[in-house]
Design a protein around this ligand. Structure first.
Ligand code: GLU
Length: 307
């Protein structure tokens, strides 16, 4: 395969991003996340032919937070197929990731699986199927990456659990419409644990590679999704994966992506590669400020995007 000069472009981005690294605000509504140094920055590209290119803190693990929604949704989609969409929608929400407002008028059916409300329904699907939903997810990302020591950080999970009033409210509200099958508190517990999974940029890019590869994970050879389902999940990332800024993100970056309030963003270029960037300072929408900028520079400087 003929790749762009990824090492040189990553080095340039690493150099140019320096002034932006501390421009964002580290998430502090989960106290454990506030302890992460704002100036951290890592970026990794993993290509379908197995090459890994990285700069900065690309091998330092961080809290994947909402990026776990991508893996959880993949497992739920595997289990239920299109029946999943009877319980969760496929439209951008136009509201914050943790907003409750649409749930009342839309009778407990969240807009999409990548906002908190939708992710709670997805986690409910996993809790119904697996004794430990978070364990199933941890095992899944271990298979996708080949990293047997991946796990969630109990302190981060407990820190979120102790401050989860809004997500609790959401889960109980959804339950009141009959859209949770398991007890709301069990779903919240599994949700906070899955959000606390720790991975580094190389691992996250590797884990997302199945979406760039027609649904087959290159590391394990596992067929995660059929090609059509992989297309559909990538399409959902494009329209809903970066909170209420998905339109602006796609305009600037042009790749399907999922972000998390830990400062990570993972994106895929079908047929070519997956990329992950990490910088904990967030913009007003909850996306990594330097992360979005770096991905914008990557697709502009390589001339590669889905468009
Ligand atoms: N655990 C976080 C929450 O539910 C995830 C948010 C995110 O990364 O968007 O608030």
């Amino acid at each position: 395969m003929n790749h762009p000069n990824y090492p040189a472009i990553l080095e340039e981005i690493h150099r140019d991003i320096a002034p932006w690294r501390t421009a964002g605000r580290v998430a502090d509504y989960i106290p454990e996340l506030a302890r992460v140094p704002a100036e951290r920055f890592g970026m990794a590209i993993v290509t379908l032919d197995g090459s890994v290119y990285s700069v900065g803190d690309a091998y330092e693990r961080f809290s994947i937070q909402s990026i776990s929604k991508l893996f959880a949704c993949t497992l739920a989609f595997q289990l239920l197929g299109d029946a999943l969409w009877e319980r969760v929608g496929r439209e951008p929400s136009g509201t914050a990731f943790n907003s409750l407002v649409q749930l009342e008028t839309e009778r407990g059916k969240p807009r999409n699986p990548f906002i908190n409300a939708g992710a709670l329904v997805v986690t409910d699907v996993l809790c119904r199927r697996f004794v430990g939903a978070e364990t199933a997810l941890v095992q899944f990302v271990r298979r996708l990456t080949g990293a047997a020591d991946l796990d969630y950080d109990l302190r981060v999970a407990q820190s979120e659990l102790a401050h989860a009033e809004r997500n609790r409210a959401m889960a109980h509200f959804i339950a009141s419409f009959g859209n949770l099958e398991m007890p709301a508190d069990a779903v919240i517990d599994a949700y906070c644990r899955q959000c606390a999974i720790e991975m580094n940029c190389v691992e996250l890019a590797t884990a997302a590679l199945f979406l760039a590869n027609g649904g087959v994970a290159p590391v394990s050879g596992e067929r995660v999704l059929d090609a059509s389902s992989a297309k559909r999940l990538s399409a959902l990332m494009l329209t809903c994966g970066t909170y209420d800024a998905a339109g602006d993100f796609v305009y600037r970056v042009g790749l399907p992506a999922k972000s998390g309030v830990g400062g990570g963003i993972v994106a895929v270029l079908p047929g070519e590669m997956a990329v992950c960037v990490w910088s904990p300072g967030l913009d007003a929408n909850g996306n990594s400020l330097a992360g979005v900028k770096s991905l914008e520079w990557l697709t502009t400087r390589t001339g590669q995007s889905i468009f």
